[in-house]
Design a protein around this ligand. Structure first.
Ligand SMILES: [Zn+2]
Length: 64
């Protein structure tokens, strides 16, 4: 796990909540959420991936 610093105060006493995912039509979002124990701020990091599985399904149905 890479070290993560609070973007507000630079503190390292941060608490990571459970990740959660949002699946859209063409994108798949993974949301990471942290709470800083030093300054009380919370911050998110969102990873957006193309929903490749959906495209593969479309290609397969086109081929067949
Ligand atoms: Zn902080």
């Amino acid at each position: 796990m890479e070290p993560i610093l609070c973007p507000f105060c630079g503190g390292i006493n941060i608490l990571q909540d459970d990740d959660y995912s949002i699946e859209l039509d063409i994108e798949y979002w993974t949301v990471h959420h942290w709470d800083c124990l030093d300054c009380g701020q919370s911050f998110d990091k969102i990873e957006i991936l193309p929903a490749t599985n959906t495209f593969e399904e479309i290609n397969e149905s086109t081929i067949h």
